[in-house]
Design a protein around this ligand. Structure first.
Ligand SMILES: Cc1cc2nc3c(=O)[nH]c(=O)nc-3n(C[C@H](O)[C@H](O)[C@H](O)COP(=O)(O)OP(=O)(O)OC[C@H]3O[C@@H](n4cnc5c(N)ncnc54)[C@H](O)[C@@H]3O)c2cc1C
Length: 387
């Protein structure tokens, strides 16, 4: 006997895990996606995504990442499929207080995850590939690595169907009803009905909820893959994350060469708006030049390295960089999952479990993730800015 009928819109990390865990819990779930799980245009469509425990001391995110680690690893075994690759992370801080590390440390240690300062001298002895000029502090996070993002998202959607769920490749164009959603309509004119609806639409969410436009915006992220010389693969090099507040981008980071797909380099900023369907997905020459200089400085062996691949991805940002988990505006039987703001992939399992617990037993979402907080301010902030 099915519990209730649920439709999940969006088969990215957040919608996929929500659908899978609800289906497993006995709900009759339909998962709908316009382009397919982990498609290249989506936030979850990248090759890799980092999972790290350091969250600037934020209790909700630290606890959710801990739970996500448990669920990723539990399901890897259950599905006999390796999706997580541990490399450790080297946190590097320029001329700034390493607040993100010092605030993360006690909260991480309370859950059993170390984050230790390593003397610069020791770091440069260990990682001769790195030029530490301009770095004042370094920290080591051993329990950190990358997830195979697009592939993991497809695996989750596949397991969802194996558990009896229905997948539909359709674009939802309309949400109908007053105070309660009665039905949805798709681009090809299909009407879909359920008891409960979950919107995990990533950067497309404002297409269905235009009233959210003042609070949620999509921004462009360029990701580069350089041909890597020897010793620029894990375990010779870990994931690296560099904080340089005086620069445009607050933070730059990379994943050493993996699956021969190149030495990944990216950055965290929210300045360039993008239309996820229409805008160009080609790198810009000036950004590539800027990043190549950064890479050549920090990793001298990559000077003049060939760019072997690139991705233009999209952040779905809430104004304050924090997640949104709340009732859909205007409809009591809808849940809105959004504002993943460039740091949500790792959290897919925990988000899915929180949605399941909310529907199953009324467990409330964290107050910090309520939509109304965004109605008070229009300041744009990144999750990496800790005070
Ligand atoms: C360059 C880059 C680097 C990142 N690095 C990290 C990282 O290291 N660690 C980390 O944890 N996170 C990282 N993130 C963030 C992470 O990728 C996202 O937070 C996460 O993937 C969001 O998942 P989602 O399911 O909310 O959205 P998405 O993956 O975007 O999925 C939304 C889905 O909804 C579908 N959809 C939308 N509207 C409709 C509609 N009307 N009808 C049908 N289907 C619809 C879309 O096709 C899409 O598949 C990064 C993001 C980018 C862009």
């Amino acid at each position: 006997m099915w519990k209730r009928k649920i439709i999940v819109i969006g088969a990215g990390a957040w919608g996929g895990w929500s659908a899978y865990l609800l289906q497993k819990a006995g709900y009759q779930v339909t998962l709908v996606d316009q382009y397919g799980p982990g498609n290249k245009l989506s936030g979850s469509g990248g090759k890799t995504r980092i999972i790290r425990m350091a969250y600037g001391g934020d209790p909700d995110y630290t606890r959710m990442t801990h739970r996500s680690f448990e669920l990723w690893q539990e399901h890897e075994q259950f599905w006999n499929d390796k999706l997580y690759h541990e490399t450790g992370a080297l946190w590097m801080f320029g001329d700034t207080e390493p607040l993100y590390a010092t605030k993360s440390k006690p909260v991480m240690e309370s859950l059993g995850y170390p984050l230790d300062e390593i003397p610069l001298e020791k770091a440069s002895q260990k990682y001769g590939q790195i030029n530490f000029e301009g770095i004042t502090k370094t920290y080591w996070e051993p329990k950190c690595g990358y997830l195979e993002a697009a592939r993991a998202t497809q695996v989750v959607a596949g397991q969802f169907q194996k558990t009896g769920g229905t997948f539909l490749e359709e674009r939802i164009m309309g949400v109908w009803g007053e105070n309660q959603i009665d039905s949805l309509t798709t681009e090809s004119g299909i009407e879909l009905k359920a008891d409960q609806y979950i919107f995990a639409c990533g950067p497309w969410v404002t297409n269905l909820f235009p009233q959210l436009k003042p609070y949620i915006f999509a921004s462009r992220q360029e990701v580069y893959y350089f041909r890597a010389p020897d010793k620029h693969q894990a375990p010779d090099l870990p994931i690296w994350i560099e904080f340089q507040p005086e620069q445009d981008e607050l933070m730059r980071y990379g994943i050493p060469d993996h699956f021969d797909s190149g030495f990944k380099v990216a950055y965290d900023e929210r300045n360039v708006p993008i239309n996820p369907d229409k805008d160009s997905r080609e790198v810009t020459a000036e950004k590539l030049l800027e990043i190549s200089k950064v890479v050549a400085h920090r990793f001298p062996a990559l000077r003049d390295a060939e760019l072997i691949d690139h991705r233009i991805c999209v952040y779905e940002n809430s104004l304050d960089g924090e997640f949104i988990m709340d009732q859909t505006p205007g409809y009591s039987n809808g849940i809105l999952l959004g504002g993943s703001s460039g740091h949500g992939f790792k959290m897919g399992p925990a988000i899915g479990e929180m949605v399941k617990d909310n529907i199953d037993s009324g467990v409330q979402f964290p107050v910090a993730f309520k939509l109304e907080r965004l109605f008070q301010s229009d300041a744009v902030k990144s999750q990496y800015e800790v005070d």
